[in-house]
Design a protein around this ligand. Structure first.
Ligand SMILES: C[S@@+](CC[C@H](N)C(=O)[O-])C[C@H]1O[C@@H](n2cnc3c(N)ncnc32)[C@H](O)[C@@H]1O
Length: 191
C-alpha cells in the first residue's frame, strides 16, 4: 500500500515538474519575443488607476499590452455597461488572461472584457475613449503618432510610470509608494 502510494506520488511530482518547466519556457519565450516584459501593476493601485481614468458607463477602455488583464477585470466589475478590450502579444500573459477569463465565466462571474492576441500597433484605436498603458519610455514615444492620428478628440490616457517625451500630461499623480516599489506614478494625457 505504502509502495503504491509512493509510486503514484513520484509520478505526480514528475508531472508537476514538467508542467512548471513548460510554463517557465512559455514565460521565457514571451519575454524574449516582446520588447516589454510582462510585469503586472500592483493590485493596490487599481483604485488609483480607476480614478485617474475617469470612466463613464458608455466608455470604450483599452489596456494596450494588457498582461493578465487585471486592470480591465477590476474596471469591468465597476462599470458593467462600458466596453473593455485588452490587447496582448505575449503568449504567456495572453493565455493567463484568457484562462482567468474562462474560469470567471465558469464560476458564473462573467465579465465584459475582450482579450485579443495582437500587436497593438496594428489595432485600430479610433473607438477608444480611454487607454491604460504600463510599458516602456521608447515604446511610448513610438506609439504617440498613432494615438494622435486615431484617437477621437477628448480620449483620455493613463500611463503607469512612463511619459511621452513630446506630449505634456494633464496630470501627474504621485502614488506615494516606497522608492523601491514599481508603478509609483500615474501620468494622464488628453488627446
Ligand atoms: C509591463 S506589462 C503590463 C501589463 C498590464 N498592462 C498591467 O499593467 O498589469 C506590458 C505588457 O505589454 C505587452 N506588450 C508589449 N508590446 C506590445 C505590443 N506591441 N502589442 C501587444 N502587447 C504588447 C507585453 O507582452 C507585456 O505583457
Amino acid at each position: 500500500m505504502f509502495l503504491a502510494f509512493m509510486y503514484i506520488l513520484q509520478w505526480i511530482l514528475v508531472l508537476f515538474f514538467f508542467i512548471i518547466l513548460f510554463v517557465m519556457l512559455v514565460w521565457m519565450y514571451s519575454g524574449i519575443t516582446s520588447k516589454v516584459p510582462f510585469i503586472s501593476v500592483p493590485l493596490s493601485i487599481l483604485p488609483d488607476i480607476e480614478k485617474a481614468l475617469d470612466i463613464q458607463s458608455d466608455s470604450v477602455v483599452y489596456d494596450l499590452g494588457c498582461g493578465d488583464a487585471r486592470v480591465l477585470r477590476y474596471l469591468a466589475k465597476k462599470y458593467p455597461s462600458a466596453t473593455f478590450i485588452g490587447i496582448e502579444n505575449g503568449v504567456f500573459p495572453y493565455y493567463v488572461a484568457k484562462t482567468i477569463s474562462w474560469w470567471n465565466k465558469k464560476m458564473g462571474h462573467g465579465d465584459n472584457v475582450q482579450i485579443l492576441r495582437q500587436d497593438f500597433f496594428k489595432h485600430d484605436l479610433s473607438k477608444a475613449t480611454h487607454i491604460f498603458v504600463y510599458l516602456y519610455p521608447q515604446i511610448m514615444d513610438d506609439m504617440l503618432g498613432k494615438l494622435e492620428k486615431e484617437l477621437p478628440p477628448g480620449a483620455r490616457m493613463v500611463s503607469a510610470t512612463f511619459k511621452f517625451t513630446q506630449k505634456a500630461p494633464v496630470a501627474e499623480i504621485d502614488l506615494l509608494r516606497k522608492k523601491r516599489q514599481l508603478a509609483r506614478y500615474l501620468i494622464a494625457y488628453e488627446f
